[in-house]
Design a protein around this ligand. Structure first.
Ligand SMILES: *[C@@H]1O[C@H](CO)[C@@H](O)[C@H](O)[C@H]1NC(C)=O
Length: 172
C-alpha cells in the first residue's frame, strides 16, 4: 500500500475548500515534486489531481493564467504566466500531461521555491497587478537534508497561514 501525501500551500486563498466550478481569476503557480518517492505508478494519479484542479478555472486571456514547474534535484519552469500559448485549459492540461515523465532524486524544495520566487511570480513572467496569485505545491516529503534554508523564500512569496495536508491511500 502506498500513501502519497501532498502538502499544499496557497497564497491568500483557500482553493480546495471552494466547491464552485469556477473559483475565481488567479495567477496560479503549480509546483510539482517529481522525485522517486512519488513512485512511478502514481504518476497518473498526480496528473489527474493537477488536472482536476486546473479544470476548476476559466483559463483564458482575461481569466486565470497557470504557470507550471516540476522539481527534483533541479527545478524546471515549463511555462510562464504570460505565454499566451497556455491561456487555454486544453493547453495547460496537455502541458501537465506531457511534463511529468521521469522521477529522479533528491527533493530540493529550496531550489523549487527559489525558481518560483525569482522566475515564476514576477511581473516579467506575467504576474498581473491586481490579480490574486496562488501557489499550489505538491510534494510528499521533506527537502534533501543539505538544502539551503528556504524560509525566507517562503516569506518572500507571502505565504499566508493556510497550509494543510491531505493524503490519499492507493491500493497496490
Ligand atoms: C511559449 O510556449 C511555447 C510552447 O512551449 C514555446 O515554444 C514558446 O517559446 C513560448 N514563448 C515564450 C515567449 O516563452
Amino acid at each position: 500500500m502506498t500513501v502519497l501525501g501532498f502538502l499544499i500551500v496557497c497564497l491568500g486563498i483557500s482553493l480546495i475548500t471552494a466547491t464552485e466550478n469556477t473559483i475565481c481569476t488567479l495567477d496560479l503557480g503549480l509546483l510539482v515534486d517529481t522525485t522517486r518517492s512519488i513512485e512511478e505508478e502514481n504518476i497518473p494519479t498526480v496528473k489527474a489531481a493537477l488536472q482536476h484542479l486546473v479544470q476548476k478555472f476559466d483559463i483564458s486571456t482575461d481569466g486565470t493564467h497557470v504557470s507550471f514547474e516540476t522539481f527534483a534535484a533541479k527545478s524546471k519552469l515549463h511555462n510562464k504566466f504570460n505565454n499566451d500559448t497556455y491561456h487555454s485549459k486544453e493547453a495547460v492540461l496537455d502541458l501537465i500531461s506531457d511534463s511529468i515523465n521521469k522521477l529522479t532524486q533528491p527533493t530540493r524544495l529550496d531550489f523549487a521555491l527559489k525558481t518560483a520566487k525569482e522566475h515564476m511570480f514576477t511581473e516579467e513572467s506575467g504576474l498581473r497587478p491586481g490579480v490574486r496569485s496562488a501557489m499550489v505545491l505538491y510534494t510528499d516529503g521533506r527537502s534533501y537534508p543539505g538544502s539551503e534554508d528556504f524560509f525566507l523564500d517562503v516569506v518572500a512569496l507571502k505565504v499566508i497561514p493556510s497550509t494543510w495536508k491531505f493524503s490519499k491511500t492507493f491500493p497496490d
